[in-house]
Design a protein around this ligand. Structure first.
Ligand code: ZN
Length: 309
């Protein structure tokens, strides 16, 4: 053991132990960070604490909700009734009884324009497919809604903003054709930012194609119920979302063609409170009903009975 004594805040050794210099150098590791700090080692996108699996903050009232409670409440905030977005799969599970048959699941965009914005469109599609386990922004299913056979298309907002390109247009059209052929009512749940810009004119052609198919459906007298959820905008509003025999929306959903900012800039006027929300649209005659999510299935079942008899 060496004999140490304190001198002005420093430890000095005398005797046979390690010379002062090497002692200092050895102890440096205690004070100098040799490993990377937390900030450097963790890439910025991973710095958020991962609690999404367990808790979710309500976008509207900021209450922290237990994810499982939210699920059981059909993704509606138990405190303020704010309707969270649902995935296409969750939507089908909510509306259809038990099992359903999915159609055209393998259909994929061919990226006809070889479009590149901040990243290539082909890459964007691949990323979305990997993330969501589906090939484009809509799911078509044949099943039963409260015992009534139906064809149901549900849009997936997570897939490039639920945008409508050739695949969404084609799948909805095929859904309509199947409904006509089998004489089963059609339900389309919209959730979309509009036409898919990366497919240019081809995405806009879908509006005409789907609308023409719906006109044939009308002639065939097969009912079509459109369910509009937050958000339903652009080309989807301008085509099938507003062409239902019944157009019903979830509470508080943003529904419109152009967004409020674009309209304000164009007409140079401040828009009224609640403009483009379901309740406002209902009041002004653009919708037939605003139905809370928990009542949606029963409401549609009842409406189908009225439309079919
Ligand atoms: Zn809330």
């Amino acid at each position: 053991m060496g004999r140490g004594r304190l001198q002005g805040g420093q430890i000095r050794f005398s005797g046979f132990l390690a010379p002062e210099e090497s002692f200092t150098r050895k102890t440096m590791a205690w004070f100098k960070r040799e490993k990377k700090g937390i900030d450097e080692a963790t890439p910025p996108e991973e710095r958020r604490v991962r609690t999404e699996g367990l808790w979710t903050k309500c976008e509207s009232c900021r209450t922290i909700v237990f994810r499982k409670d939210l699920e059981e409440n059909l993704y509606v905030c138990p405190k303020c009734q704010f309707h969270f977005k649902m995935s296409a799969k969750q939507r089908l599970a909510m509306l259809l009884d038990g099992r359903w048959t999915e159609h055209d699941a393998g259909m994929m965009s061919t990226d006809p324009l070889r479009f590149v914005d901040t990243k290539p469109y082909a890459r964007r599609i691949k990323d979305a497919q990997k993330k969501l386990g589906m090939n484009d922004a809509v799911m078509t299913a044949e099943g039963q809604l409260a015992g009534r056979p139906v064809v149901c298309c549900a849009m997936e907002f997570g897939f490039i903003g639920g945008s409508m390109g050739a695949v969404v247009g084609e799948k909805v059209t095929r859904g309509i054709e199947m409904a006509i052929e089998t004489r089963q009512p059609l339900i389309v749940v919209s959730c979309s930012g509009g036409a898919r810009m990366m497919e240019g004119t081809i995405s806009l052609m879908q509006l005409a194609k789907v609308s023409a198919a719906l006109a044939r459906m009308d002639e065939a007298k097969v009912p079509y119920i459109s369910v509009l959820t937050d958000p339903t905008t652009g080309g989807v509003t301008a085509s099938f979302a507003m062409l239902g025999d019944l157009n019903i929306a979830e509470p508080g959903a943003l529904i419109g063609f152009a967004g409020p900012r674009v309209i304000e800039q164009t007409i140079r006027q401040k828009l009224p409170e609640g403009f483009q929300r379901s309740e406002f649209l209902l009041e002004h005659g653009f919708l037939d009903a605003v139905v809370p999510r928990k009542e949606m299935k029963a409401y549609i079942a009842n409406a189908l009975d009225l439309l079919l008899n």
